[in-house]
Design a protein around this ligand. Structure first.
Ligand SMILES: Cc1ncc(COP(=O)(O)O)c(C=O)c1O
Length: 428
């Protein structure tokens, strides 16, 4: 069985025997596991060992901590967004991952996995990317650690996230456009997995989200957990008490699981994941996996997937390349199944509204991905959470990469042509 095009309906027999409420051996209840071809099991076993060794080695944590602070710019601030709060009717605290080096949360995961790559003695990394933020973060770490790097990116995403393609190339990474399928994130992952199967001895597949076969969902969660390690402390110091809700957008689910992790055990804090509903849930052009999907296997683990009646993966759609994925990490499927996580969705239109209002009210140009969380909050936050509720919302990335696409898709006249003197005789 190939992991790249694993039929979404294939299920290992032992799955139903697993307890629903126990996190063990790479399973989160029924979800997770390791659905891979024989040729990858050795590399995954090596990764399990490298991770366990690193966890037991204080030098690993010390180096990671140094990189996070002095290279990555952590801790990122928890910032009270007063004007957005007024508009939303709830008290909004933004966890500013957009201010981290490379402009998103993705570096948290990448520096940790780059350290693991070095411990495993591998000279090459590969990655998939949708929005280009994970690709840029991986290219950055590859430059820093002197690793060869190839990033697979759907051709449609190469078009809509051009700035990040150039950034990766400047950092010395080869960007391979993928022309198959919907030419988006799912197809990039398929290609990266094909590369990994062929080059597994000298290559680490640096997966960019809390998905894929065990141990990736656990490693990525542990590396992204720094978001909520910081936010729990910051909330105590700056606000006091506990928030009513923690909100984050969900693609594969890495910023959301990192944002939720330390709050999961704290009673009374709602954990709200916002998926991308594209043109609307039920429209056939959506990426709201948990809202619309079914249990199935995709990209090496059992989770919830957008599938048709024959069990084939359906194309996803979202204005945001980073959320345009028909699967979701298995821990989110589990949190949804136990009720600890609440998963909602925001349409393209909601996200564009959230994008624009964050620019206008806070002077922050957000990435389109977290603009979904803002869009949901502006539309539903007050009704769902109550006026004045205290909210921590992860601003998972900055929106420079999205500016061209937003202007094109939304058709906004932002006066750009005028500012550049189109009618005034440029150059005079
Ligand atoms: C800024 C930003 N936020 C969120 C995401 C979604 O990924 P994840 O769900 O893994 O956080 C992406 C993906 O590219 C992203 O670039």
């Amino acid at each position: 069985m190939s992991m790249t095009e694993t039929p979404a309906s294939s299920v290992a027999p032992s799955v139903d025997e697993r307890a629903d409420d126990v996190v063990r051996d790479g399973y989160f209840g029924r979800f997770g596991g390791q659905y891979v071809p024989e040729s990858l099991s050795g590399a995954l076993a090596q990764l399990v060992d490298a991770w366990a060794d690193a966890q037991a080695d204080p030098a690993f944590e010390a180096e990671l901590d140094d990189l996070r602070r002095n290279y990555g710019g952590r801790p990122t601030p928890l910032y009270r967004a007063s004007r957005l709060s007024e508009e939303a009717g709830v008290e909004v605290w933004l966890k500013r991952e957009d201010l981290a080096h490379t402009g998103s949360h993705k570096l948290n995961n990448v520096v940790g996995q780059a350290l693991l790559t070095r411990r495993m003695g591998k000279p090459r990394v590969i990655a998939e990317t949708g929005a280009g933020q994970h690709g840029v973060a991986t290219a950055t770490a590859a430059a820093l650690f002197g690793l060869d790097c190839t990033v697979y990116m759907g051709a449609e995403d190469v078009r809509r996230q051009r700035l990040n393609v150039v950034r990766m190339q400047l950092l010395g990474t080869e960007v391979v456009p993928v022309d198959s399928g919907t030419r988006t994130l799912k197809d990039a992952i398929n290609e990266a997995m094909r590369d990994w199967v062929s080059n597994v001895d000298d290559t680490h597949y640096l997966i960019g989200s809390a998905m894929g076969p065990h141990p990736f969902p656990t490693i990525v969660r542990e590396l992204q957990k720094i978001i909520s390690v910081e936010s729990t402390q910051q909330f105590t110091d700056q606000v006091g008490g506990r928030p009513d809700a923690v909100i984050a957008c969900v693609g594969g689910g890495s910023n959301a699981i990192g944002s939720f992790a330390e709050w999961i055990g704290i009673d009374g804090v709602k954990l709200i994941g916002v998926e991308a509903a594209g043109e609307g849930v039920g429209s056939g052009r959506s990426a709201a996996t948990i809202s619309e999907g079914r249990e199935a296997v995709l990209h090496g683990s059992r989770s919830i997937v957008l599938v048709n009646d024959d069990g084939q993966v359906k194309p996803a759609h979202s204005v945001s390349a980073g959320l345009d994925y028909p699967g979701v990490g298995p821990e989110h499927a589990w949190l949804a199944s136990t009720g600890r996580g609440i998963y909602v969705s925001a349409t393209d239109a909601d996200a564009l509204h959230g994008f624009r209002r964050t620019c206008e009210l806070e002077g922050i140009i957000p990435a389109l991905e977290p603009a979904h969380a803002v869009g949901w909050l502006l539309r539903h936050g007050c009704d769902e959470l109550g006026e004045g509720a205290k909210i921590v919302l992860t601003m998972s990335g900055r929106g420079d990469k999205d500016v061209d696409e937003v202007v094109e898709v939304a058709g906004w006249d932002v006066g750009v042509a005028k500012a550049f003197g189109e009618d005034t005789g440029a150059g005079s």
